[in-house]
Design a protein. Sequence first.
Lengths: 347, 347
Amino acid sequence: MATLKDIGAELGLSVATVSRALNGFPEVNIKTRDKVREAAERLGYRPNRVAQRLVTGRSGMVGMIIKIRADMSADQTFFEMLTGLTAALAARDVDLVLAVDQDDDPVLPYRKLMERDILDGFILNAPVPDDPRVVFLQEKRIPFVMHGQTGPDADYACYGIDNAGVSEDAVKLLTSLGHKRIALLNGQSRYAYAVDRRSGFLNAMTAQGLNVPQAFLCSDAETEMQGYTHALAMLSGQNGPRPTAFICASTLIAAGVMQAAKDRGLQVPGDVSVIAHDDALPLMRAVNFEPALTVTRAPLRDACVPLANLLIDHVAGAPAEQKMDRAELIVRASTGPVPNEETDPWP
Amino acid sequence: MATLKDIGAELGLSVATVSRALNGFPEVNIKTRDKVREAAERLGYRPNRVAQRLVTGRSGMVGMIIKIRADMSADQTFFEMLTGLTAALAARDVDLVLAVDQDDDPVLPYRKLMERDILDGFILNAPVPDDPRVVFLQEKRIPFVMHGQTGPDADYACYGIDNAGVSEDAVKLLTSLGHKRIALLNGQSRYAYAVDRRSGFLNAMTAQGLNVPQAFLCSDAETEMQGYTHALAMLSGQNGPRPTAFICASTLIAAGVMQAAKDRGLQVPGDVSVIAHDDALPLMRAVNFEPALTVTRAPLRDACVPLANLLIDHVAGAPAEQKMDRAELIVRASTGPVPNEETDPWP
DNA sequence: CTGAAAGCGCTTACAG
DNA sequence: CTGAAAGCGCTTACAG
């Protein structure tokens, strides 16, 4: 393995100059710089990360701790994040170390990893209200970034989409189509995103002068089966009027809803409109739905770049930054005008 | 953060002596050693891994590349391995870096990671015949360990269970109970373990003088649904005689088989015996089956310790070693004597 | 614009 | 049994 010294010897330059040239320091003579780069290329030089890390005092590694749930519906999400984060971090020469949380105490795995003293910071996900991990890491002054929006008052680095906005966009689209009886099939209420989606939904409905019966709200695991079960119950009409539209927390839930509509003999979007939030997971493409699914779209993988950059910059000393993006509304074929009550098979 | 120098200053010793004491070198005076250790403890000393790595020339990190399949049945397995490997490696101060294989070329992700020049070696799994990853890594002289047995002639580090033996044990148990018509619901035939299970099965049957009709052999994804479907077909009796016993590649498949038996109105083990290989995944416990499942048992997590140690020793210069364990046969309630042909509901 | 030097925190021959 | 010294490969003030 070629080192700076080898290049220096080759060119009759000091390692200092070689280092500066390779790192693009402006004071280096441009001809020198080019000579150095050419030699580095030719000798197959690659910087020794460990040496760089020793001198900069950073390990170049960040950690992520994943919680294993019996609910395996999170897996696609996990692999998608893993793929994206690995790439986004690698682009800045940072490696990701994973650990599995097997404990009841949510803070313990973070403590254990820090004791090994090899990490510069952490990436957290699935924030909950008053997240104990946040309290712990802030107290220990350990850099981290949170995936997910925990409110504008967050005093730590975080990136996420505007989840209240997701619900607002869906409600606006549906009400513009005349829908009044709109159901929300939400994610589990212990997660911040589900809380935000719910409040965004209720606020938007209220703003339209619409009232939401309790029976139109549910929070559950994001599986196809849950979507199916809840939609089937709501569409039975046994607990009062049926919804004419569903806002689904995920495309997986939407798949269940569409099956339920079918099993009830209802057309989408003729009788029932369906809109879902789309994390753009490769195995569940909204365009391939029949009919193609209207979505609020925010590819999970896209979140990885800001997450990686926020964390790396923060580790390097930049202040903790909060960043939020708005999901994109993509209208496809699963949403349509509210059905005419006269042609409604279950008036 | 306290350093060796700090401890030396505290005690009036050189960093060399402190280093030796902490690393348990035999030449150090025992009193000195104890003093040093006490001071290290008191000052909260923890060695700087990066510095250690620079001087030893190793990164202290190994990689694993995971392939993402549409077939999500592998997930439990993945998380189980991740958990076990992380722990087993951490016990020897090695970190695991994960990457996701998104490419068609199975070798590309290994090449990419090596170019980043941060890994000491790799852990591979799911070997296939003439594995191209093995060819590549051997050619580049990159240390690795394979999870899975690829034959006694392997000239690289590997650890796995005796998969032919798994089938042999199952066949021996079942034939000792009088079974002659035994079906094998195997994993996908592109994997080495499935090949070994199959040949072990056929050899053991032949050794008993028993013949296996083609209809009693199948290779498929290891899902409950596949177990259900194949068992249901075999138990229909439409393609010739029904099997009286099933050997299943996994407990998940066995769950499907037991459901199929139930749906056909058959008792386990009265009419049909079921035995499965059990990786001891936490979410699919063989003891909780109804009836409790007879298994060949080899907890996946147990494999992680030898894997980690084989790799780390190999990285440190030890020769590549092949190690194989035998699964444990645990007889529970799902296997019983072959049914009397007279009482057999479908003779 | 470039170089000599110090230093990051450790390990390990080499002396004594 | 212990210490002084060199060195792992880099970065970065400090001189010139």
